[in-house]
Design a protein around this ligand. Structure first.
Ligand code: DGY
Length: 337
C-alpha cells in the first residue's frame, strides 16, 4: 500500500460485485480496478485468482474470506464490505495477518427496520397469502373470518438482538403502534434507552413465551447458529409470528417449516435463509410464510449509501486516513499501512 502510494501507481483493487456504475467509476478514478461485472458471485477459486496482486477488496456479504484465502493472497491489505453483516469474513484471521476490514453500519439501520416491520405486518395480517388467493381467482365472497390474522397494535413485540436495527424496530413498535416491547440481548440497554420505549430485558425463554411477534435481528455467529430451533419454537404461542431479517442459520428453517405446517406458529416473515439463494422446499410449501430475497436494506438510497461507505473506507485506507467504520483497528498494529 505504502509502495503504491510512494511510486504514484494506483493501488490495485478488486471489485467483487457489480455495483452502481457511477460509484464504480469513482473507484476506477482512484484505484487500478479489476471489476467483476456479473451478478453471479465469484467462485472461491475465481476470487483467489482475481485477488492475486490486489491490495484492496470491495466485497459484499457473500464472498467467503477465510484464512486460506488470505494466505493465498498475501498482498491483500484492506477489505471494505458494503454490508453491515460480516459473518462471511474470518475477522480474527484478517487481524492476525494485518488485513483491515470495514463494514457498513448505520447507513442501513432505518431502511432495514422499516422492512423488518413491514415483513412482520405482512405475516401477521396475511398479506401475501391473501394476495395469492385473490390472484388465483379464489375470492368469491366476503367472509367474516376471511384471512383474519393477528393484531400488531397493542401486542407484544419481542426482539432478539437489540443492536441498532433492533432498537429502530422497537421505536416503530412502541411509538408508532403502541406495542409492548421486550427484548433479549447479551447486554442490556441503559435505563435511559429503555425508558422512552418502555422496553424490558427478559431472558430468552421469557422472550419466546411472551412474544406475539418475534423479530430476529441478532448477528450470525457460531454462538447464534440455530438460536431459534425446535425447542425454542415449542415455547412460542400458537398464534405468534416470527420474522427473521438477521441471517440464515440463526433460525433452523426446517424446524420452522414444520411448526408452520402444523399450525404451532401462526405465520412467519423471512428475508434470509439457510443456504440462500436456495430455499427449503418445506418452507416454499407453507402458505403462511412471507418470503423475500434478502432485500431488507434494499432501498435505492440506502444501497447507494452502503456502497459509498465501502468506497470511503477504501479511500481512507489508501490515503492514510482513519477508516470510518473499521472493524479491527488491531490489524494495523500487526502490519502498519
Ligand atoms: C447486510 O448489510 O448485512 C445486509 O444483510 C445485506 O446483506
Amino acid at each position: 500500500m505504502a509502495d503504491a502510494a510512494q511510486s504514484g501507481a494506483k493501488p490495485a483493487v478488486l471489485l467483487a460485485r457489480r455495483i452502481f456504475p457511477d460509484i464504480a467509476g469513482t473507484l476506477r478514478e482512484h484505484f487500478e480496478l479489476d471489476s467483476h461485472e456479473g451478478d453471479e458471485p465469484l467462485s472461491p477459486v475465481e476470487l483467489r485468482q482475481r485477488l492475486q496482486g490486489k491490495v484492496g477488496l470491495f466485497a459484499s456479504g457473500t464472498e467467503q474470506i477465510s484464512a486460506e484465502l488470505l494466505d493465498a493472497c498475501p498482498q491483500l491489505r484492506v477489505i471494505a464490505l458494503m454490508t453491515v453483516g460480516h459473518n462471511n469474513v474470518d475477522l480474527a484471521a484478517c487481524t492476525a495477518r494485518g488485513v483491515r476490514v470495514s463494514n457498513a453500519p448505520d447507513v442501513l439501520t432505518e431502511t432495514t427496520a422499516d422492512f423488518g416491520f413491514a415483513l412482520m405486518m405482512a405475516a401477521a395480517r396475511r398479506i401475501s397469502e391473501s394476495e395469492h388467493y385473490l390472484r388465483r381467482g379464489d375470492w368469491k365472497q366476503w367472509r367474516v373470518d376471511l384471512f383474519a390474522g393477528a393484531d400488531i397494535h397493542g401486542s407484544t413485540l419481542a426482539i432478539l438482538g437489540m443492536g441498532r436495527i433492533g432498537q429502530a424496530i422497537a421505536r416503530r413498535g412502541a411509538l408508532g403502534f403502541g406495542m409492548k416491547v421486550i427484548y433479549h440481548n447479551r447486554s442490556r440497554l441503559a435505563p435511559e434507552q429503555e425508558a422512552p420505549l418502555g422496553a424490558r430485558w427478559v431472558d430468552k425463554e421469557q422472550l419466546l413465551r411472551q412474544a406475539d411477534h418475534l423479530l430476529i435481528v441478532v448477528p450470525y455467529t457460531p454462538q447464534t447458529h440455530h438460536a431459534v430451533a425446535a425447542p425454542e419454537l415449542a415455547l412460542m404461542k400458537p398464534g405468534a409470528t416470527l420474522t427473521n431479517i438477521a441471517r440464515g442459520g440463526v433460525v433452523d428453517d426446517l424446524a420452522l417449516a414444520g411448526a408452520l405446517a402444523r399450525g404451532e406458529l401462526a405465520a412467519a416473515g423471512l428475508d434470509v435463509f439457510e443456504g440462500e439463494p436456495q430455499l427449503r422446499p418445506e418452507l416454499l410449501a407453507c402458505s403462511n410464510v412471507v418470503l423475500t430475497p434478502h432485500i431488507a436494506s434494499a432501498s435505492l438510497p440506502t444501497r447507494r449509501a452502503m456502497c459509498n461507505l465501502a468506497l470511503e473506507n477504501l479511500l481512507a485506507a489508501f490515503k492514510g486516513r482513519t477508516m470510518p467504520t473499521l472493524l479491527n483497528p488491531e490489524a494495523a498494529l500487526s502490519r502498519p499501512a
